[in-house]
Design a protein around this ligand. Structure first.
Ligand code: SF4
Length: 738
């Protein structure tokens, strides 16, 4: 498997940019050979110049990933009957028997909906695919959800409502051809840094002819580089988009022929935006009217507008509507399916896109199918070899539904795989109480001491990226083969392999008899035939030999025949081929500020940390970049609340309290404060920002509004910490794994 004399090409396992990495053994990197406990050499990463998505570029997280692969790993399955006990090692055979018995008992006593799995965009596509087959096919519940629910489900729903299907229409190549980059709700400089550098280079090379517009309540590093920064009030994004559409129409900037030939529902849309006059919009959003007019002019006077967004748009209780509002602007101006233009979502996780293709949310099936379509279910049941009616016709529980089911005592088995919801979900105290009502929590993890592992009964060691082979799809629909090039840590196994064994033990020997991940991938690709995300021409072998490929890639395709963008013929994926304007009315924040909680807390990410830090906290260089979470607060708010720069402050919402060191800065607008979301209770600098967040979600995408809640900030007279820390939780956690 491992040839230490050759470098290995793969996709970075962090963000959705999906940069190509070239992994070098110490001998190749000219270093003395150092080996980890498993005998693996310590591989180092550099940008892969042959990868078309990143062209050799890499950020500090990707560059340091080699340092994270062997530290703090889970070596063998661990089990405890109840949470008062410490974990003890058990065999894989016994572990899988426990899961199988639990599933069989639950099916007999409570039915399939008492079982749920929560997976991850860290999965390879093969892991996602076998998980769907196990839950939706063999067990008969659609209760599979993934952390894409917290990240991209509003984009999925928004594309589907406006264009007829999920699927980002654009390519990174469009960054090199746009004349305007409109970045809304995305701190691209920190969260998708390689793409942002590509955009800055494009502007530098074409001084004066490329403009960057950033819409964000914070003056992030992205906003600092903008030509125009619209620091809108939190929750006013849909009003802004309607106000821009209003101005485009007022100035006659619409593409009438495109609207006539390729869209529906224009009248309803124009009726809604007619109310968002420039003065009302500017006042509602808290921005100068002249800036609004200038950006509206860019939308219709410039040749090609590329809109980029991520969680600032998606994590809203009206996230799907905001995505629709953004796509409206592109339909209005005909800026879609053309070089350098279009609406383009930037995914958070490295393979959230592959998850969507494989059916990895509770309403989806493989090949961009949905569970509530009779034909789609029949296609999948037939391909999987299950009886008609095996797949339930109603969507399963999204992750917050799973939490509420645990609260009610309805969930018998919660299987969490490759993700850490005890840091990333909102209203964490409620999640902690709910999970304790679940009689069996299984956590499959590469690393041993995650916050979610603290609540597990059964811990399964997962082979991670570099130790298993599989495919990942990045934000521009490019699929990269990620080979196994290191020996697996301890007794760890790939997730797909564990799911398949559970399937076989449940009696579905034939359906789960895979010898390799290549076989799994082959089966998955055949289920995409004729669908928008057709990858029936791809295989592990082709990807390994020909390199990463963009879909659609039907059988018989080659790199040269594959299209760079969707909808170039302006035929959309709706039944009549026409895109649909959306006419949603802005609602604002689910929890607006009030007299008791006068500030809006927004959360986000730092360049050098990744999600809940299970990997990145192991890299000294990254920790040194961000030694602690800081509460950003505007000087006027700080003065009014007696908060001093560098001093501790208490942040309180309706759900709890936190302490963080204040950073008084004009980078945040008055009335808003900011915290990073990375630090869970397992970190020394614990600051569980999502404890403060509410769970209210977009009713269409079910994505929680993790971007805003109402808070009050006060100077800390003593260090207030979460109860768990006071109870010595960090120490307890460490003891558990001894
Ligand atoms: Fe990895 Fe994202 Fe950095 Fe690229 S930009 S190296 S994908 S973390």
């Amino acid at each position: 498997m491992t040839n230490e004399r050759r470098s290995v090409r793969s996709q970075c396992p962090y963000c959705g940019v999906g940069c190509g990495l070239e992994m070098l053994s110490p001998a190749q990197a000219g270093q003395a050979v150092r080996r980890d406990a498993e005998g693996n050499p310590m591989w180092t990463a550099r940008g892969d110049r042959q990868h078309p998505s990143s062209l050799g570029q890499v950020c500090i997280k990707g560059a340091t990933v080699g340092e994270t692969l062997a530290l703090g790993r889970l070596r063998s399955p661990l089990y405890r009957e109840d949470r008062t006990q410490n974990f003890a090692p058990i065999s894989w055979d016994a572990a899988i028997q426990l899961i199988t018995q639990r599933i069989q008992t639950s099916l007999r006593t409570k039915g399939p909906n008492s079982i749920a799995m929560y997976g991850s965009g860290q999965f390879h596509t093969e892991d996602y695919y076998v998980a769907q087959k196990l839950l939706k096919g063999a067990i008969g519940t659609n209760n599979f959800d993934a952390n894409s629910r917290l990240c991209m489900s509003s984009a999925v729903a928004g594309y589907s409502r406006s264009l007829g299907s999920d699927g980002p229409p654009c390519s990174y190549d469009d960054l090199d051809h746009c004349s305007v980059a409109f970045l809304i709700g995305t701190n691209t400089a920190e969260c998708h840094p390689v793409l942002f550098q590509r955009l800055l280079k494009r502007r530098k090379r074409n001084a004066g002819s490329v403009k960057i517009v950033v819409v964000d309540p914070r003056c992030t590093d992205t906003a600092k580089a903008a030509d125009i920064h619209l620091a809108i009030a939190p929750g006013s994004d849909l009003a802004l988009l309607h106000g821009l559409a209003h101005l485009v129409l007022l100035n006659g900037g619409q593409d009438q022929a495109f609207i006539w030939d390729h869209t529906d529902n224009f009248d309803d849309f124009s009726n809604v935006v007619s109310r968002w006059t420039p003065s009302l919009t500017a006042q509602f959003c808290g921005i100068p009217e002249r800036d609004l007019r200038e950006v509206a002019d860019l939308f219709h006077r410039q040749e090609s507008v590329l809109s980029l967004w991520s969680m600032g748009v998606n994590q809203r209780r009206e996230g799907t509507a905001v995505v629709g509002g953004l796509i409206n602007l592109h339909l209005l101006t005909g800026q879609i399916g053309r070089q350098g233009s279009g609406p383009f979502s930037l995914t958070g996780q490295p393979n959230a896109m592959g998850g969507r293709e494989a059916g990895g949310l509770s309403h989806l099936l493989p090949g961009y199918r949905v569970v509530n379509d009779d034909d789609h279910r029949a296609d999948v049941e037939k391909a999987w070899g299950f009886q008609t009616g095996s797949i339930a016709p109603a969507p399963g529980m999204a992750v917050w539904d799973q939490v509420e089911a645990m609260e009610r005592g309805e969930l018998d088995l919660w299987w969490v795989v490759a993700t850490n919801p005890l840091v990333s979900l909102p209203d964490l105290d409620r999640v902690k109480a709910a999970i304790q009502r679940c009689p069996m929590v299984v956590v499959s993890e590469a690393y041993q001491a995650s916050e979610t592992a603290y609540y597990a009964h059964l811990l399964l060691p997962a082979a991670q990226w570099s130790e298993k082979s599989g495919a990942m799809t990045n934000s521009e629909r490019r699929v990269t083969y990620c080979p196994a090039f290191r020996r697996r840590y301890g007794e760890s196994r790939p997730d797909w392999d564990v799911f398949a064994e559970v399937g076989r033990r449940l009696g579905f020997e034939h359906q789960f008899s895979y010898d390799s991940s290549a076989e799994v991938y082959e089966e998955f690709t055949q289920l995409t035939k004729g669908r928008l995300c057709d990858v029936s021409g791809l295989s592990h072998q082709l990807l390994a030999e020909d390199g990463p490929q963009q879909w659609p890639y039907p059988a018989g395709s080659t790199s040269t025949t594959a299209a760079k963008r969707l909808y170039e013929d302006h035929h959309f994926a709706t039944p009549n081929g026409r895109a649909r304007f959306r006419a949603d009315r802005p609602l604002g924040l689910a929890e607006p500020p009030c007299e008791t909680y006068p500030l809006v807390l927004t959360v986000g990410r730092y360049l050098g940390q990744w999600h809940t830090m299970t990997r990145t906290a192991k890299v000294e260089r990254l920790n040194a970049m961000h030694p602690e979470p800081r509460l950003e607060i505007h000087p006027d708010d700080a003065a009014a609340l007696s908060i001093e720069d560098g001093c501790l402050a208490v942040i309180s919402s309706r759900r709890g309290h936190l302490t963080a060191r204040a950073k008084v800065t004009e980078s945040i607008r008055r009335g808003s404060v900011f915290l990073p979301m990375h630090w869970g209770f397992n970190q020394i600098q614990a600051c569980e920002a999502n404890t403060l967040m509410h769970e209210q979600a977009c009713p269409i995408s079910k994505q929680p509004e993790l971007k805003a809640c109402a808070v009050i900030v006060a100077p800390a007279v003593s260090v207030v910490k979460p109860i768990e820390q006071n109870d010595g939780m960090v120490k307890a956690l460490k003891r558990l794994f001894k």
